[in-house]
Ligand binder design. Structure first.
Ligand code: HEC
Length: 109
């Protein structure tokens, strides 16, 4: 294989890798929106600013904080009778997608 062909193959690979990443990111946002609608919106709302004082706002919260709380609810390190059973249904990928979704929204009051 000539050097030129090698470089060509390498750049094709790089483009493929980027495209795959973009598709994966798009999928996880869609997945997160579906999860939010199905599992979270009744209490935390779709925009992450809850209508009721009993439920914390999630919009604009730090990604790492959201991941930690959901992981802690799941393991019961943070024991909560409402959030525990919900978090138990989430895997790490879903938690990451939900944290990405809510942390990307503008914080409410
Ligand atoms: C039935 C209502 C309800 C649903 C549905 C619900 N939550 Fe919660 N959530 C709560 C309550 C109540 C708290 C406060 C728990 C506490 O007092 O420790 C909470 C707390 C949280 C926290 C911690 C916030 C903080 O400031 O520490 C996160 C993160 C969270 N919920 C995410 C979610 C996600 C993501 C979903 C959907 C997968 C969801 N919740 C679904 C009621 C709900």
């Amino acid at each position: 294989m000539t050097a030129n062909r090698l470089i060509l193959s390498l750049s094709t690979l790089a483009i493929l890798a980027q495209t795959t990443f973009a598709i994966a990111a798009g999928d996880s946002i869609q997945e997160a929106q579906q999860l939010v609608n199905d599992l979270c919106a009744t209490c935390h709302s779709v925009d992450g600013v809850s209508a009721d004082d009993a439920f914390p706002n999630l919009a604009g919260q730090k990604h790492g904080y959201l991941v930690k709380q959901l992981t802690d609810f799941r393991s019961k390190a943070r024991d909560n009778e409402t959030m525990g059973p919900i978090a138990e249904t989430l895997d790490d990928r879903m938690i990451d997608a939900l944290a990405t979704y809510y942390s990307s929204l503008p914080a409410g009051k």
